[in-house]
Design a binder for this molecule. Structure first.
Ligand SMILES: [Zn+2]
Ligand SMILES: [Zn+2]
Ligand SMILES: [Zn+2]
Length: 200
């Protein structure tokens, strides 16, 4: 938003309600960051991906199941997307407070994700049909990952050093991680010292 224009609070509230560009999928939110197309954090457009049948998802992710470490996973409730108007607090609204069952994100046969959120999750600059299909059947794994920055679930951006730090895409930048666009490589703040070693 331009800082050269001074507007009253009232006018500003109205301006914030107007989309900056026509939304392709109004009201839809990203399954990872839980923000919409109007998000001001740079995630790009929302992509609509064909999702597997709900039965397929439920088979793969039973509603009550054991994790690899033997603990039992209980799914929480999906938090509704916040009203998209007050973008200043978007960082507080990223992700889900609990692990949510992937079936909750199926919306009339589709799942929605931001271009940047999926590109950096899969580390690909072009998302082919095969990539989209892969993501639609595997995004549940990201729903179980807690973001090191905001502490909420849906984190999909791993550190190059395979450490435990994982972030939502907008949180990775906010946390001070290094994001290298050419290779879609991310270094968390603890591993910034590895950058000259790995990327020489
Ligand atoms: Zn997103
Ligand atoms: Zn986060
Ligand atoms: Zn790291």
């Amino acid at each position: 938003m331009s800082t050269n224009v001074v507007v009253s609070m009232e006018e500003k509230a109205v301006a914030d309600d107007l989309p900056y560009f026509p939304e392709k999928f109004p009201g839809k939110v990203c399954c990872l960051c839980n923000l919409g197309e109007k998000s001001a954090l740079g995630q790009g457009e929302i992509l609509q991906l064909k999702a597997p049948a709900p039965a397929e998802i439920k088979d793969k992710y039973p509603t009550d199941r054991l994790r690899e470490d033997g603990s039992r996973l209980f799914y929480g409730a999906k938090q509704a997307a916040s009203s998209s108007g007050d973008c200043h607090y978007e960082l507080d609204k990223i992700g889900q407070p609990d692990v949510v069952h992937p079936a909750e994100f199926l919306d009339e046969g589709f799942v929605y994700v931001h271009r940047m959120c999926i590109m950096w999750s899969l580390r690909k600059s072009q998302i082919s049909d095969a990539d989209a299909a892969y993501f639609a059947t595997h995004f549940a794994e990201f729903l179980e990952q807690k973001c090191n920055f905001c502490g909420r679930y849906g984190a999909s951006i791993n550190c190059k050093m395979n450490c435990r730090q994982v972030h939502h895409w907008p949180c990775a930048a906010a946390a001070g991680c290094l994001l290298i666009l050419e290779s879609f490589t991310v270094f968390c703040t603890e591993h910034l010292s590895q950058v000259p070693v790995i990327c020489k």
